[in-house]
Design a protein. Structure first.
Length: 460
């Protein structure tokens, strides 16, 4: 029928909408002016003789011999195998369950996860070994992903499945939207590629173009894994404070993810900005903290599949601001499901994330829970209050968490002096931050409680 892999995946997903993929396929094919006779002949070539019998009354009798010829061929084959047709129909063919198209087998929700170690990029931290695992509803075990420079059919199938209702956009369309990947359109570069500003369907967007390194095939596999994770998360978890994903592109020279363009930049950048006109005022800082907390508690409490989603890499660089400085949480490449409600944590094989934002129980004992995000958010609150970096070689306490918690002088000395007033607001952010970074995980508040506390902070 000559359909591309994207169309095939779209047809296959009809079963999740309660529809028949076969009916959808025949409807699409019928709209292209094909005939029943063409279908009859195609079924013959595919040796689907039972299906041919169902529609044989709709074709001329002279073509019925195709069924007879095929049936005789099947009988001959069975005789060569020492079986008759009845035995063939009744025999257990020992088809392994993974060969059936049962999406329930694709969901890996077991606490004892088999994790593949990878290295995450250095960003305000040391290199950290990071694990990946297949997110719910991702169709293929990650070990089966292709490692060649170009995407395989399995890669495309895996990404398309995770995308759900997120539209596929052609690479050529993205090329036009960025003026052929003009260097002047570059917003930034990271470990896995380059982010461009573009105009798609009269809308400003940010396009992450993943770079495939020829000398590191395993790098390509990790790109796919993180793309699948992000597609799944942004398709399943939609919220005002979660960065919207507009589309994805796969099959061209470079895979791409297309996001809402966040004109305000990252929180990290805005806290360090030197232009006094772009400094964040205290009411705005508090509003950003409240919005980010609201988005994070949404991830923790939605409980898809009975489990929270733990972002795993909360930091100021991953909180993005729109033109009105409303925050949205981005970069879900390291997100994972947390423990079910009856458990306080799950054990993982490797740590992942950004070192200055991670708690000891995760770094040392590999205990993973929503409280990892709570701790990371506490460090972000310290950043918002002080405008200091999460890590600095120039401080005695290099980690900002230690610098704030261990500070012996007047806590107001740590306040960002570039923005005057609002001492009570500053103190509130610091006090809530200290609660979030408490050493014992069970003593840290859940993000719902953090949100309530932040909403009670005085704007003075």
């Amino acid at each position: 029928m000559k359909y591309d892999i994207i169309t095939i995946e779209s047809i296959r997903k009809e079963i999740y909408r309660g529809n028949s993929p076969s009916s959808e396929l025949l409807t699409i094919w019928g709209h292209q002016n094909h005939t029943v006779l063409e279908l009859f002949i195609l079924l013959s070539r595919m040796e689907h003789y039972q299906a041919m019998t169902v529609i044989k009354h709709l074709v001329d009798d002279k073509y019925h011999h195709l069924i007879k010829d095929g049936d005789e061929h099947l009988n001959t084959l069975m005789q060569n195998l020492g079986m008759n047709k009845k035995e063939c129909n009744n025999r257990d063919l020992k088809i392994r369950p993974e060969n059936f198209n049962d999406h329930s087998t694709k969901i890996l929700n077991v606490p004892e996860m088999v994790l593949q170690p990878i290295i995450v990029s250095k960003e305000n931290n040391e290199s950290i070994v990071s694990p990946r695992f297949l997110q719910p509803k991702s169709p293929l075990p990650l070990g089966r992903l292709g490692t060649s420079k170009m995407f395989t059919a399995s890669d495309i199938s895996c990404v398309a499945e995770s995308a759900g209702a997120i539209p596929h956009i052609s690479y050529e369309e993205l090329q036009r939207s960025t003026n052929n990947w003009d260097n002047n359109a570059i917003l930034g570069k990271g470990g896995f590629g380059t982010v461009y500003k573009g105009t798609w369907k009269c809308t400003q967007v940010a396009i992450k173009r993943l770079e495939q390194k020829e000398d590191k095939p395993e790098y390509h596999s990790e790109q796919i894994k993180q793309s699948i994770t992000e597609l799944h998360c942004l398709n399943a978890y939609r919220h005002d404070n979660v960065l919207p994903l507009y589309g994805y592109s796969i099959g061209g020279p470079h895979p791409c993810l297309i996001y809402q363009y966040m004109a305000g930049g990252s929180l990290e950048h805005r806290l360090r900005v030197r232009d006094p006109t772009k400094l964040l005022k205290w009411p705005t800082r508090l509003n950003i903290a409240i919005g980010a907390a609201r988005g994070l508690q949404f991830l923790h409490t939605s409980m898809i599949n009975g489990k929270p989603l733990v972002h795993g890499d909360i930091k100021s660089a991953n909180i993005l601001l729109d033109p009105n400085d409303q925050p949205r949480i981005g970069d879900f490449g390291l997100a994972r499901e947390g423990p079910q409600s009856q458990y306080t944590y799950i054990k993982v094989s490797r740590i992942h994330g950004t070192r200055p934002y991670l708690p000891d129980e995760f770094l040392r004992a590999k205990k993973f829970s929503t409280k990892v995000d709570t701790y990371s958010f506490g460090v972000v609150l310290f950043e918002i209050a002080t405008s200091l970096g999460a890590y600095s070689d120039k401080r005695e306490d290099k980690f900002l968490k230690d610098h704030v918690v261990n500070y012996k002088g007047d806590i107001l000395d740590l306040k960002d002096k570039r923005v005057e007033g609002y001492d009570e607001c500053f103190k509130g952010l610091v006090e809530i931050g200290k609660m979030c970074v408490t050493k014992r995980a069970k003593e840290r508040p859940e993000m719902v409680s953090v949100l309530i506390l932040l909403e009670g902070v005085s704007i003075k």
